[in-house]
Write a protein that binds this ligand. Structure first.
Ligand code: XLS
Ligand code: NI
Ligand code: NI
Length: 438
C-alpha cells in the first residue's frame, strides 16, 4: 500500500520558538519531568473510531472527510488498509498506544460467525503492524450501540437475546484484546440507560448490567487476561439517562454489586461536563474511592450541551488533569486517550495531525505547570495549613476516634465558641495558578 500521509514527516520536538506547525513545541517524549519521562507521564493514545472512521457527518449533512487511503467500501481489504494507514499515522505522530471498538476495525458480517471471522482477518494485520512499530493497544472495546438489535440497550435490554448477543460479542472482543496484548478493556455504557421510566424496570436492568460485568470478570480469569477492566461514566447521550452517569454513580454501582475490585474508571472530560461536573471533580472522586484508571482526553464546548469530543487545547484544563494524574501516582496501565474528533470543516488528512499535535502540546504544558505547582507546594501548603485544626487537640482526637458526641458536648460547653474561621482565599489561589500558567 502507498503511504497514506506522503507529505508528512515524523513529528519532532522543535521547541517553543519553531515556526513549523507540524512540530511539538512542548511535548518532548524523553524529557524528564518530576523523575519520569513526558511519554511515561502521559501515555498518549489515538482513538481509531474518531480518527479513522469519523466521516464528519452530522444530523444535517453527509460526511466531508477526505481519506484517500479509504475506498469507502466495507471490504476486508479496505479495513486492513485503514489499519495500515492508522499505524503510519501513530508512528509519524509518535504515540505509543491506540484504542479501538471491534466494529470500527472490521465490518459486521451477516452472522455473528462471519463478524468474528472478519475481525480475525483484520486482527492479523493489526498484529503485524503492532509488531512492526512497537505500538501497543491501550484498551479494546466492543460497539454495543450501533446495530438496531441494541436499540433498547445491550446488557440492560428488555430483550434477553440482546444480552446474549452482546455477551458473545464482548467475549470475542476480550479475546482479541488479549491476543493483541491489550493493557485494558473498556465498557462504555452505549445504550445502557433509558429514554423513559414509563416502560423501564430500572432495578432489573441494573441487576442485568452487573451480571454481565461479572460474566466478563469470570471470562477474563478463565483466559488469563491480565489487562485492567474500565467502565466509562457518561450521564446521557444516546439515552436520556445513562446508568453509569458519573464517577459517584459508578462507585455506588460497583460497590453494591461486588465489582469494585475488578473495574476502574475511564474518565472522559466531555462526559464530566455533561454530568455537570468538572473533570477535576470526577478525578478527585475516582482517586478517593480507589477507582481512578484512565482518561479519555477531549473537551466539550461550554455553549453546547452535547458530547462534541473536541481536542483539548485549554492549558488550565490540562493542568488540572495532570495535577490529579500526578496525585494518583501516574496513569499506568491507563493512558491519555484522545477520544476526540476533528471538526466537520477540518476535512483534510493533515488536520488529524494538527489536532493531535495540539492536544499533546497542551498536555505537555499542563504537565510542566502541574509539576512546578507540586514542587513548590503552591497549593499543598495552603491546604494542609487550612486543615491544621485537625492535626492537634480536638481535631486529632476526632480523627483518631477517641471521642463521641458526649465528649464533644463537654468540650464545647467548656470552650464556649469555635476558634475564629480563616479566609478560604479562593481569589488569591486563582491568581497563584494564573502565575504558573503564564
Ligand atoms: C462515547 C464514548 C466512547 C467510548 C468507547 O461517548 O466516549 O467513545 O470511549 O466506547
Ligand atoms: Ni470515551
Ligand atoms: Ni464520549
Amino acid at each position: 500500500m502507498a503511504e497514506a500521509f506522503p507529505d508528512i514527516q515524523q513529528i519532532r520536538y522543535e521547541g517553543p520558538d519553531t515556526t513549523n506547525r507540524l512540530a511539538f513545541r512542548h511535548y518532548n517524549p524523553d524529557e524528564m519531568v518530576a523523575g519520569k519521562s513526558m511519554a511515561d507521564h502521559m501515555r498518549f493514545s489515538v482513538a481509531f473510531w474518531h480518527t479513522f472512521r469519523g466521516t464528519g457527518s452530522d444530523p444535517f449533512g453527509v460526511g466531508t472527510m477526505q481519506r484517500p487511503w479509504d475506498d469507502g467500501s466495507e471490504s476486508i481489504e479496505n479495513a486492513q488498509n485503514r489499519v495500515r494507514a492508522a499505524f503510519e499515522f501513530f508512528e509519524k505522530l509518535g504515540v505509543k498506544f491506540w484504542t479501538f471498538h471491534d466494529r470500527d476495525v472490521a465490518p459486521e458480517g451477516e452472522t455473528l460467525a462471519e463478524s468474528n471471522k472478519n475481525l480475525d482477518e483484520v486482527v492479523k494485520v493489526i498484529k503485524e503492524e503492532q509488531e512492526r512499530t512497537g505500538i501497543q493497544l491501550l484498551w479494546g472495546t466492543a460497539c454495543l450501540f450501533a446495530n438496531p438489535r441494541y436499540m433498547h440497550g445491550a446488557s440492560t435490554s428488555c430483550n434477553a437475546d440482546a444480552f446474549a448477543y452482546a455477551a458473545a460479542q464482548v467475549k470475542k472482543a476480550i479475546e482479541v484484546t488479549h491476543d493483541l496484548g491489550g493493557h485494558g478493556y473498556t465498557f462504555w455504557g452505549g445504550r445502557e440507560g433509558y429514554m423513559t421510566l414509563l416502560n423501564t424496570d430500572m432495578g432489573r436492568e441494573l441487576d442485568h448490567l452487573a451480571k454481565f460485568l461479572h460474566m466478563a470478570v469470570d471470562f477474563k480469569k478463565e483466559i488469563g487476561f491480565q489487562g485492567q477492566f474500565y467502565i466509562e461514566p457518561k450521564p446521557m447521550e444516546p439515552t436520556k439517562h445513562q446508568y453509569d452517569s458519573d464517577a459517584a454513580a459508578c462507585v455506588a454501582f460497583l460497590q453494591k454489586y461486588g465489582l469494585i475490585d475488578h473495574l476502574k474508571l475511564n474518565l472522559e472530560t466531555n462526559h464530566a461536563t455533561l454530568a455537570g461536573h468538572t473533570m477535576a471533580h470526577e478525578m478527585e472522586t475516582a482517586i478517593h474511592f480507589g477507582v481512578f484508571g484512565s482518561v479519555d482526553a477531549n473537551a466539550g464546548d461550554v455553549m453546547l450541551g452535547w458530547d462534541t469530543d473536541q481536542f483539548p487545547t485549554d492549558i488550565y484544563l490540562t493542568t488540572e488533569i495532570m495535577l490529579r494524574i500526578m496525585k494518583a501516582g501516574g496513569l499506568s496501565p491507563g493512558g491519555l486517550n484522545f477520544d476526540a474528533k476533528v471538526r466537520r470543516e477540518s476535512f483534510e488528512p493533515v488536520d488529524l495531525f494538527h489536532a493531535h499535535v495540539g492536544g499533546m502540546d497542551a498536555f505537555a504544558r499542563g504537565l510542566k505547570i502541574a509539576a512546578k505547582i507540586r514542587e513548590d507546594k503552591a497549593l499543598a501548603d495552603f491546604i494542609s495549613d487550612r486543615y491544621s485544626s485537625w492535626d492537634r487537640g480536638i481535631g486529632a482526637k476526632i480523627e483518631a476516634g477517641e471521642v463521641g458526641f458526649a465528649e464533644l458536648e463537654e468540650y464545647m460547653l467548656d470552650k464556649g465558641e469555635v476558634d475564629p474561621n480563616r479566609s478560604g482565599r479562593q481569589e488569591m489561589l486563582e491568581n497563584v495558578i494564573n502565575d504558573y500558567i503564564a
